[in-house]
Design a binder for this molecule. Sequence first.
Ligand code: PRE
Length: 285
Amino acid sequence: MTYKIGYLGPAATFTHLAVTKFFEDHAEHVPFLNIPQCMDAVAEGKIDVAVVPLENALEGSVNLTIDYLVHEQPLSIIGEIVAPIQQHLMVHPSREDSWGDAERVYSHSHAIAQCHKFLHHHLPKAKYEYATSTGAAAKYIQEHPEENMAAVANELAAQEYNLKIVRKNIHDYTHNHTRFAVLHPNQHTYIKTKTNKITDRTTLMITLPSDRSGALHQVLSAFSWRKLNLSKIESRPMKTGLGNYFFIIDIDMKMDDVLIPGAMAELEALGCGVRTLGTYSAYLI
Ligand SMILES: O=C(O)C(=O)C[C@]1(C(=O)O)C=C[C@@H](O)C=C1
């Protein structure tokens, strides 16, 4: 049976690029219209792994991925692919010489946000419209040449959908990378790749006991005195009422037998809720 890798599609999204470079050959790449559909498919066993965007260096977390993981589909993160992101402005070939008159710019919200300065200066009158992915935006422009639009997407999308790149590298800051999560229902799933590992991580989701002063300080202390290095801490709404948040914490090592379980037990004793979202290696493509 062919190994099936689901990704945020359609063809030629950044997620697709990451999948193509990271996994070894002979796998079938299966596009999904949006992140929840891709995650549902791996939970239901229709594909072998799901790959979805997790965090961008310029724009921060992909909230849909984190929220769906926390509230709807409890999969494990079994790997992380870090990819450089280069955004280009592209139009239908018939509009190559008049791209500056584009009335709308279409792309994924993260991609548009990564290019705000460029768009502000070069297409000040254009309205922004948001697609489920950069690839979906490029595909739409190919299918609707009559609409005066430009897309922000990658080079592969320009090739795949026969669009003309009119401005290259329009992202506002050079160090633009995105983290993609490889997801599976079983934490102990092995990933085969020849890509270089850059680090190991464990991601925890933590809820605080309500109305206790200094609770976050106590949480951080549990990691700090064990010398557990954190590379990310972020809060997201619990969606149960104003002021209710959970925290996502990335620890710079894989789950061990002593330190991380010790910190988790301490947090539970303090009245916190703790869930492991994944313990995995991160690879740079
Ligand atoms: O739209 C795509 O091409 C994606 O793969 C999604 C996504 C994201 O959600 O951040 C991935 C990388 C880029 O940062 C822009 C968009």
